[in-house]
Design a protein around this ligand. Structure first.
Ligand code: S3P
Length: 440
């Protein structure tokens, strides 16, 4: 079992980079594999989640040459995938298994998709049901509610679907299936979830229209799309989030994170942290692969509790574990509501974050759809947490959030079960140490 020991007492100082965006990397691998010709995907995320999606496409007959710097993907065209000889293992990745299920529903071959223990607990009915409405033939445990999923490729028809959940994984699974379906699919969601798939469709020139809140996709395009000489993946805002909060709550910190994606459907944490009093600047704004990018400079600041309601849930969805760390040391109460989706992430994040931060002295009350955090701070300074022996519950974002929480403790904190950090941010510990040892 791997563990991480965090020794507090020093500010975070210096300039760092974070891994390529995990969500964008999954999509880049899939859409370049369906393109005509070779594409290069640079600065991609080398976390296990994305490597599993890369291996899945290799198993589906796509040649992908892998180096640390870039993937060279030999696209096979829209109809070029071939039947894999064994089950596809998506590891820990909800994005991987859900997007691939959508992609494979309309092929003319059979596939089995599975993943680790956490993936086999997570809800799949949310994609299986609408895909079945399109004519997909998908079997799975509990009537298709749970993986493994066995997909017998079928001729799909377009769907008009209003998703009950604001979920980019549902939306993207259906957008991919819609490409292989007959007719025009129309998709809506209750609130806008991350729009990387839509942006990447546009980047590749894949037909997609937006009419108000509805996305329209024409199935079976007569001409496909071409590979691109280079697609540079922006840095992952969700990885940067740990250092945005870390630099804010550790006194004397000043950190710049270079080349970070600031797509507004992802940066709810910036809005929340700014309203809590954080000192954050977005510098050198530019665009990369149809996505807005900036360097983010963060200096330490005193925080004040805040209310986070349903509108801010989709753009903040992966940042609640680390936001709770900020809330725990802020002055006053932070109330998070409308966030029941947190219960079906890599872990039940309402339960795991509450349990672990409480063990560090935080005052958190669980609610069915969120939590109430009574911050330990005063008007003069942010509060401190206590050293503890924590555990990740197999959830990478819980592991990294506890590491940042440990920076405010009075003695070293040990976090167990940290191998899961590999799923998204293999260099997390090294990057944190870089900031802790930098001297100006
Ligand atoms: C993701 C969508 C979100 C997010 C996940 C990545 C994606 O999940 O939590 O980490 O890449 O589409 P939901 O779509 O289930 O909200």
């Amino acid at each position: 079992m791997t563990s991480l020991t965090i020794t507090p007492g020093r500010p975070l100082l210096g300039t760092i980079a974070v891994p390529g965006d995990k969500s964008i990397t999954h999509r880049a691998i899939i859409l370049t594999a369906l393109a005509n010709g070779v594409s290069r995907v640079a600065r991609y995320c080398r976390g296990e989640d994305c490597l599993n999606t890369m291996r899945a496409l290799q198993a589906l007959g796509v040649r992908i040459d892998e180096s640390v710097e870039e993937l060279q993907i030999h696209g096979k065209g829209l109809w070029g995938l071939t039947e894999p000889s064994g089950p596809i293992d998506c590891g820990n990745s909800g994005t991987g298994i859900r997007l691939l299920t959508g992609l494979l529903a309309g092929q003319d071959f059979f596939t089995v998709l599975t993943g680790d223990e956490s993936i086999r607990r997570r809800p799949m009915g949310r994609i299986v049901k609408p895909l079945r409405d399109m004519g997909a033939s998908i079997a799975g445990r509990k009537g298709g509610e749970l993986a493994p999923l066995a997909v017998t490729g079928s001729r799909l028809r377009a769907i008009t679907y209003a998703s009950p959940v604001a979920s980019a994984q549902i939306k993207s699974a259906l957008l991919l299936a819609a490409l292989f379906a007959e007719g025009t699919s129309r998709l809506t969601e209750p609130r806008l979830s991350r729009d990387h798939t839509e942006r990447m469709f546009q980047f590749f020139g894949i037909g997609l229209k937006r009419e108000g809140a509805t996305l329209l996709v024409e199935g079976r395009p007569s001409v496909g799309w071409n590979g691109v000489p280079q697609l540079v993946v922006p840095g992952d805002f969700s990885a940067a989030a740990f250092f945005i909060v870390g630099a804010t709550i550790v006194p004397g910190s000043d950190v710049t994170i270079q080349h970070v994606g600031i797509n507004p459907t992802r940066t709810g944490l910036l809005d929340v942290m700014m309203s809590m009093g954080a000192d954050i600047q977005l510098l050198n704004r530019r665009e990369e692969a149809g996505e807005p990018v900036a360097d983010i400079r963060v200096k330490s600041a005193r925080l004040q509790g805040v209310s986070v309601g349903p509108d801010l849930i989709p753009p903040t969805i992966d940042e609640f574990p680390i936001l709770c760390v900020a809330a725990a040391v802020a002055k006053g109460e932070t109330v998070i509501s409308g966030a029941e989706e947190l219960r079906v992430k890599e872990s039940d994040r309402i339960a795991t974050v509450s349990t672990e931060l409480r063990a560090m002295g935080a005052q958190i009350t669980e609610q069915p759809d969120g939590m109430v955090v009574r911050g330990l701070g005063t008007a003069e300074k942010n509060g401190c947490l206590q050293a503890a022996h924590g555990r990740s519950h197999g959830d990478h974002r819980v592991a990294m959030s506890l590491a940042i929480a440990g920076l405010t403790a009075s003695a070293p904190t040990v976090i167990d079960e940290t191998a899961c950090i590999e799923t998204s941010f293999p260099a997390f510990q090294r990057t944190l140490l870089e900031l802790l040892t930098e001297r100006q």
